[in-house]
Design a binder for this molecule. Structure first.
Ligand code: ACO
Length: 704
């Protein structure tokens, strides 16, 4: 298959369905190619025309004699003509085809779409679309689209699954003064998907931030490692619709793709370090800030304000968005006392008070930029008589030009007309100026998220499974037996055997046929046991009086044996009794659920959460794409509401987190080694105090 570079940096392009009629899409594309200043070769194709916008028109691709290979073909003819148009492409070894045309899988014409892909792949062609507006790449001066001819140029690359939203985002980015390095819509994603595009954009120097609008993920298994790799180089922001159940349905019918479970998607975003905004406005604010702000060298933030109220509000926002305030008070005093009146404050927030005009901020910002332990600066201001519009504009512009490239600096100014007008002016100059602290600090929080991710990512890639012993041959034997039996699930004793071979501790259990055997097993277990009747004819054991708890000595065991047998015979005289199960009694404690699942979209996934009988109601679970890193697994634990309980609350000591992680690592290894296993579920996993271990009370295992 062709190198994706040709899509972004084509040397030549042809437009099948080019038109000279100004109201036609085929004309608009030609007009944009021309006005965009594209310097490569351009070949319009139309059987009825001689010339369009000064370009010579060809009746067919094969008529272009001057060239043997063309990088891109844009197809803009009605749906019934698209396949035939595509069939002309191999004559000039076209590498990429942009199918503008609508009316394929999004309206149920799946076969027509598949025919395109099948033909394309037979001829080493990749398809973008169908159902797209074309693409724009700033560094290649190419605007092969019928979107705006006036796309703002800059360093944010936009990938959009929705054409309409992508087109609208071009306008929105213009309004927000966000320049774009590329815009690539995916449309129905019949072939090229976001992974193909990210592969190019991650190494593209003209792109500082990748902003993606996504409805459904089609190949999550390919996307996950790519996102991990890319976020180490530059921020990736994904707006994903389909968070709610209703949203997911709408997304599914919108472009014919399934959007999958949002919990899994969110966990993957956490694992890969992708930024996931709530909405388009937030996405654009983050994109603009992340694309134009230097990476901090640490996490200490300083707030400079002229009003206590906004300072406190900002401190609240810092807590909400995980921004850390610098708190070395001695050092703050030394650095800022010379610039702050006696009645101000040199704690963080630095309060310069209302007696200082905007010029008074300059010295504080300068001191903060020079301070080696302050890594980001937030300037807040409330309008008062000393605030003059012109001074506000010129001071901030000067200060930002001097220092804005050294450390992240943001500005939030509250006030009336003149403050707003100054703020708008500064925003238009690309200065990170906001109308509210929460907007500013949400951006700063994301910058620190990237910083943190890039600092510690390597610890999440370690393989901590080395040295973990698992009896793989024993597990293979068990699975072979299940497959020979044509079953898709493991019986209780098989699951127990698999857990044992994997080194996951389950309550000890044996079936005794005689009371002497029962005594032997009781001694072997060596602790309090539960006794349960074993008969396929007695399903409801408790109803039959077939269960006895808290058996602590031989005498109690012999008595219980008599009673259970008597009850069982009375309950069902014909029942075939195999014996009595002697089972280690588990003291209930904190209960968790651990899962391993082979997701059809994302591949092998791990799950951890609150367990027991209320799993479905609590829905307190977190996921990870299969990992062997203890740090990553620990992060998954932290995403659940159960986690604070594991740390110890209300006089209860901390729980054995290390043992939970050990069990999850073993599940991860089983998923990796045995591709035939589709699901492993341990519920409940009883978790004891620190250093006291865990017990898998029940395990359900399914195979494909
Ligand atoms: N080779 C070359 N040219 C051809 C061929 C051929 N085999 N067959 C026809 N043509 C010419 C036609 O003669 C015509 O040229 P003309 O204007 O000189 O007569 C031109 O190609 C276009 O063909 P038309 O039949 O006029 O088709 P029209 O332009 O009306 O529609 C289009 C084609 C735009 C692809 C339409 O079918 C379509 O799908 N529109 C929707 C596109 C869309 O919205 N995409 C998603 C965007 S995302 C978003 O929502 C913003």
């Amino acid at each position: 298959m062709s190198e994706i570079k040709s899509l972004f940096e084509p040397q030549s392009i042809c437009v099948i369905g080019a038109s000279d009629k100004k109201n036609k899409i085929g004309y608009k594309i030609m007009e944009n190619i021309k006005s965009g200043g594209y310097l490569g070769k351009v070949y319009p194709i139309n059987p009825n025309l001689e010339e369009i916008l000064g370009y010579k028109v060809y009746k067919n691709i094969s008529d272009i004699n001057e060239i043997d290979e063309i990088d891109i073909a844009v197809i803009a003819v009605p749906e019934p003509l698209v396949l035939n148009a595509l069939k002309t492409c191999p004559s000039k070894k076209i590498k990429y085809v942009l199918v503008i045309t609508s009316g394929f899988s999004e309206i149920g014409k799946n076969k027509e779409e598949k025919d395109l892909v099948d033909f394309a792949h037979q001829h080493n062609i990749r398809i973008l679309g169908p159902n797209i507006f074309g693409h724009f790449v700033n560094k290649s001066n190419i605007n092969a689209s019928f979107a705006s001819s006036n796309i703002p140029k800059g360093n944010v690359a936009l990938i959009s699954q929705s054409g309409a939203l992508g087109s609208a985002l071009i306008g929105e980015t213009g309004e927000e003064n966000i320049g774009l390095s590329a815009i690539v819509p995916l449309g129905n994603k019949c072939d090229i998907d976001e992974s193909d595009l990210i592969e190019y954009l991650q190494n593209d120097d003209s792109t500082k931030v990748i902003l993606i609008y996504m409805e459904g993920v089609k190949n999550g298994e390919k996307l996950i490692p790519l996102l991990k790799e890319t976020t180490m180089k530059k921020p990736v922001i994904i707006i994903k619709s389909g968070r709610s159940k209703k949203g997911a349905q709408a997304a599914a019918s919108h472009t014919g793709s399934l959007s999958g479970s949002d919990e899994i998607f969110q966990s993957i975003m956490n694992q890969t370090g992708v930024h996931r905004p709530e909405n388009v406005v937030q996405a654009l604010q983050w994109a603009k800030f992340l694309a134009n702000t230097p990476m901090p060298k640490g996490e200490n933030t300083l707030i400079i304000t002229n009003g206590g109220g906004v300072g406190v509000m900002a401190a609240d926002a810092c807590e909400k968005y995980g921004v850390q305030l610098y708190d070395n008070y001695r050092s703050l005093e030394e650095a800022f006392a010379p610039y702050v009146p006696e009645f101000g404050s040199v704690k963080n927030p630095i309060d310069v008070t209302g007696s200082v005009g905007i010029e008074g901020y300059e010295k504080c910002i300068e001191a903060a930029v020079k301070h080696p332990d302050i890594h980001a600066i937030l300037c807040l201001g409330c309008e008062h008589a000393l605030f003059q519009e012109e001074a506000l504009k010129s001071t901030i512009e000067k200060v930002h030009n001097l220092y804005g490239h050294i450390k992240p600096i943001q500005y939030v100014f509250y006030g009336g007309k003149s403050v707003k007008s100054a703020a708008r002016y500064l925003k238009s100059k690309g200065i990170p100026m906001y109308f509210d602290v929460y907007d500013a600090i949400s951006c700063l929080g994301e910058l620190f998220r990237t910083y943190r991710h890039q600092q510690i990512r390597h610890t999440f890639e370690s393989d901590d499974s080395v040295g973990i012993e698992i009896n793989y041959p024993a597990i293979s034997d068990i699975l072979r037996g299940v497959q020979n039996d044509h079953r898709q699930f493991l019986l209780a004793n098989e699951s127990r055997g698999l857990m044992e071979a994997a080194g996951i501790s389950m309550p000890k259990s044996f079936v005794a046929k005689t009371v002497d055997e029962a005594i032997h097993y009781f001694k072997k277990i060596g602790t309090t046991v539960v006794m349960k009747i074993v008969s396929k004819d007695i399903v409801h054991k408790s109803d039959a009086g077939g269960v006895r708890l808290n058996i602590e000595n031989e005498q109690e065991l012999m008595n219980a044996w008599e009673v259970i047998m008597l009850n069982a015979r009375k309950y069902s005289p014909q029942a075939v009794i195999r014996g009595i199960e002697i089972c280690e009694q588990i003291n209930l404690d904190t209960e968790a659920i651990i899962g391993g699942r082979r997701d059809s979209n994302y591949g092998p996934m791990l799950m951890f959460g609150s367990g027991g009988i209320y799993v479905e109601i609590l829905k307190d679970v977190a996921f990870r794409s299969n990992t062997f890193s203890k740090a990553e697994i620990h992060n998954m634990l932290k995403e659940t509401k159960l986690y604070p309980l594991l740390l110890g609350v209300r006089g209860m000591g901390p729980k054995d987190i290390d043992s939970i992680i050990d069990v999850i690592l073993r599940v991860a290894l089983i998923l990796k080694h045995f591709k035939q296993i589709s699901d492993i579920e341990i519920n409940p996993l009883v978790i004891y105090e620190k250093n006291s271990g865990v017990k898998a009370v029940d395990a359900r295992i399914l195979i494909k």
